[in-house]
Write a protein that binds this ligand. Structure first.
Ligand SMILES: CC(C)=CCC/C(C)=C/CC/C(C)=C/COP(=O)(O)OP(=O)(O)O
Ligand SMILES: [Zn+2]
Length: 435
């Protein structure tokens, strides 16, 4: 049997066994939840705000006191922690804020871009993390610390003759590099035709037969890269060149019976895909509403009104745990109907990814970390606002699983920064020249 099995089949078999184990664990949690008294159920659905803030602030203080430690991840840690705190509607104290700004200044290369630590080679991923961190902090000191003229030169230096971007000097070309370059250029108001040229062709060449987007041509479609590819295509105004119906088809099937998302076919669900895949739905929803124009989602939108699988319980927002996540396909009145089961995803995030003592994890049995905390909270916010008409309408109570006090700040899905912080940055950089 082994000798005739392809590596894909082997992966599917291993993954199937792991999947049953994860499903067992998740369904046990949902069983407990379904069989406990209503009062306890409400408590289980509560976002542990104070514990999250405590966990995040402790992490930032530790990071701030050990900014000298040599590793290449520190701007990312800043972003994951600061963005999580901002999503929870909190801020950090003045001294800590200044420490972070000073640290990121030291990561800024004299020729533009940010490295993983002081003196390290500038890299597109840490540049994205540093810029998003400073925008999340907001205020003149943070925003004006970014040398946009030099950053533009760095971006131009990372551009390959094909039009795609390299992660760093002589580094790999991929969709992540294209997204991070375009995202920082756009949010800093330095995006121009020279940076855009050829990016669309490269991303198009990464869309696979499954409909999702891979990291590079010929690789497998993955949620992380699908988010990056779609967001970059929207930012350069070329989203309609993608097979959007195929992309939508791929992403709707990534939500599993566990209610969370997997990153790719035959793999396990993981809390971080709540944003990478959930964010794709937020982007598609935004596309749909651009100037009231319909984008090419036509195949997927022509279905009849169908159930979204949600059934209201005493809270008005609980769901049947034995239901899989049905996708509503269209209501026929020009409005975007739910494309994923956002209440089910909130259930996975809160009951399976949340650590009661603070922080979030990939799945039950795994340890919490700042990456999963950031992307579980980002995904939770996307879910809560997924049915809102626009950024000014607060979500209805039934769109928010658990008490309404679980409501997070809304994000700008193209950049994954809190909307208010994006607006401040947009205003600030609209009035600045790069020289
Ligand atoms: C902005 C930016 C830098 C975005 C990065 C996007 C992102 C998360 C890309 C995913 C990379 C990848 C192929 C992970 C697979 O890991 P795995 O095999 O451990 O996980 P899996 O089993 O869930 O696929
Ligand atoms: Zn993960």
């Amino acid at each position: 049997m082994d000798s005739v099995e392809s590596s894909d089949q082997r992966r599917a078999t291993v993954s199937q066994r792991e999947q049953w184990m994860v499903q067992d664990q998740v369904f046990q949690i949902y069983d407990i939840f379904a069989n406990i008294p209503h009062k306890t159920r409400t408590l289980m659905l509560e976002l542990q705000r104070d514990n999250h803030i405590e966990y995040l602030t402790r992490g930032l203080k530790q990071l701030s006191s050990s900014f000298v430690v040599l590793d290449a991840n520190r701007p990312w840690l800043c972003y994951w922690i600061l963005h999580s705190i901002a999503l929870l509607g909190e801020s950090i104290d003045y001294e800590l804020e200044n420490n972070v700004i000073d640290f990121l200044k030291h990561c800024q290369d004299p020729n533009g871009g940010y490295g993983g630590g002081p003196g390290q080679m500038p890299h597109l991923a840490t540049t994205y993390a540093a810029v998003n961190s400073l925008i999340t902090l907001g205020g003149r000191r943070a925003l004006s610390s970014i040398n946009r003229g030099k950053l533009y030169a760095f971006l131009r230096g990372m551009k390959d003759p094909s039009g795609a971007f390299r992660m760093h000097d002589a580094g790999e070309i991929d969709v992540r590099a294209c997204y991070t370059a375009i995202s920082v250029a756009s949010i800093l108001n330095i995006l121009d035709d020279e940076l855009i040229k050829g990016v669309g062709n490269y991303i198009l060449s990464c869309q696979t037969y499954e409909g999702g987007i891979a990291g590079e041509p010929g690789s497998e479609a993955h949620g992380g890269y699908t988010f990056c590819g779609l967001a970059a295509m929207i930012l350069i105004n070329e989203a309609n060149r993608l097979d959007l119906a195929g992309l939508l088809d791929w992403v709707v099937f990534r939500q599993g019976v566990e209610c969370g998302f997997q990153g790719r076919t035959n793999k396990l669900v993981d809390g971080c895909y709540s944003f990478w895949q959930g964010g794709v739905f937020a982007l598609l929803k935004g596309l749909h509403s651009v100037d009231g124009e319909h984008v090419a989602l036509s195949d997927a939108e022509e279905g009849d009104s169908a159930t979204d699988g949600t059934s209201e319980g005493e809270d008005g927002n609980s769901l049947e745990t034995d239901e899989t996540c049905h996708i509503k396909q269209g209501v026929g009145d020009g409005e975007m109907a739910p494309l994923f089961h956002s209440v089910a995803l909130q259930q996975y995030i809160i009951l399976c990814s949340q650590e009661q003592e603070g922080g979030f994890r990939d799945k039950p049995g795994k340890a919490r970390d700042y990456y999963h905390t950031c992307y579980c909270l980002s995904g939770l916010s996307v879910c809560q606002y997924s049915q809102s008409k626009d950024e000014h309408s607060p979500p209805l109570p039934r769109a928010v699983l658990g008490p309404y006090s679980n409501l997070l700040e809304p994000v700008h899905p193209l950049y994954n920064v809190v909307l208010k912080q994006y607006q401040e940055a947009h205003e600030f950089f609209s009035s600045q020249s790069t020289s």
